[in-house]
Design a protein around this ligand. Sequence first.
Ligand code: NAP
Length: 324
Amino acid sequence: MSSQPTVIITGASSGVGLWAAKALATRGWLVIMACRDLIKAQAAADDVGIPAGSRRIMHIDLGSQASVRGFADEFHGLGLPLDALLLNAAVYLPRATQPLRSPEGYEISVATNYFGHFLLAHLLIGDLQAAKGRLASPPRLITLGTVTANSEEFGGKIPIPAPADLGDLAGLAAGFQAPIAMIDGKAFKPGKAYKDSKLACMIMNREFHKRWGGSGVVFNTLYPGCVADTPLFRHAPKAFQTIFPWFQKNITKGYVSQPLAGDRAAQVVADPAFASQSGVHWSWGNRQKEGRQPFAQPLSARGTNEARNERLWDLTMQAVGLAG
Ligand code: NAP
C-alpha cells in the first residue's frame, strides 16, 4: 500500500476545496478530488497548478445517496489508504422559491451538504480507522462549518432569513419528504436551510467524536473566515455578489482569500498542531489580521444540546438508510 498521505476532498472543483487540494498537494499528499463535474474539476486543478501525479478526480454527487455509495465502492476498489477526509462541498440556494428535491425526495441543500456527507463519512470511517499509525499524526475527519450556523458568534445571530435552528427536529422525524423541507418542520426558508445544514454538519462531527473519539481518528470542524468571493454565492442576487466581498474586505475585515482559506483547511487536515484536540471547531476569528492564531471556538447552545444531537444522529441514520 502506498506510503503517500492520501486525502479525499469533496467539492474540490472551486473555492475552499480547490485551494485546499492545492495546499495539500504542495505538502506531498495525494488528493482525491471528489466532484460532480469532472471536466470542470480537471480544468480547475490545471488552472491552479495541482500536478497530475498528485491528484485523482472522481465523480460524486452528494445530493444522491446512490452516487455517494457508488463513490465509496469505487474508492474501495482502488485499494488506497485514507489518511484524511475533508467534507467541504456545499450548495447555497438563497433565492429558491420552492424546495428542490434530491432523488430520495429530500430538500436539496440539507441532502447535499449534510446527508451526503453523513453517509460518506460512515462509509469511509473504517478506512480512516485503518490508517491509524500510518503517519506521524492521526487520521482525521474534517468538516467545513460556518459562522452563520453558530449563534455564539455575531454572524450567527443575523436574522435574515433566520438564524440556524433545528428546533425539535419535527421535519426530520416526520420523514423529511414533501411538503416538508426544513429540519424543524417549519415553513421553507432557503437561506436558513443552508445554515441548518451547516449546523447539522458541525453537530455530526461532535457526535462522531463522542462515538469514535477513542478510535484514533480526530474529528474537527473549521471556519476558515469569510471567503466572500467564491462561487458559493453564485445564486445570490448580483448586487449582493458585488457588495458582500467589498463589505467583508472594508467594513467587517472578515474577508479571507480563497488560497488562504484553502490553506487553513489544509492545516486542519495535515498539520500536527491541529491533531492535539478532537471534537473542536477551529476558527481564526472574524476580524482577519496578519499572523492571527487559530483557536477552538465554542458552539452555541443550538449545537450542544446532547439529547437533541443524539436524536439528530439517529434520525439521520434513518434518512440515509443506515439504521439497522
Ligand atoms: P464553492 O466554491 O461553491 O465550492 C463548493 C463546492 O461544492 C464546489 O466544488 C461544488 O461543485 C461542490 N458541490 C456542490 N454541490 C455538490 C454536489 N451535489 N455533489 C458534489 N459536489 C458538489 O464554495 P466555497 O465557498 O468554497 O464553499 C466550500 C465550503 O466552505 C462549504 O462547505 C461552505 O459552507 C464553507 N464555507 C464557505 C465560506 C465562504 O465564505 N465562502 C465561509 C465558511 C464556510 P460545482 O463546482 O460542481 O458546483
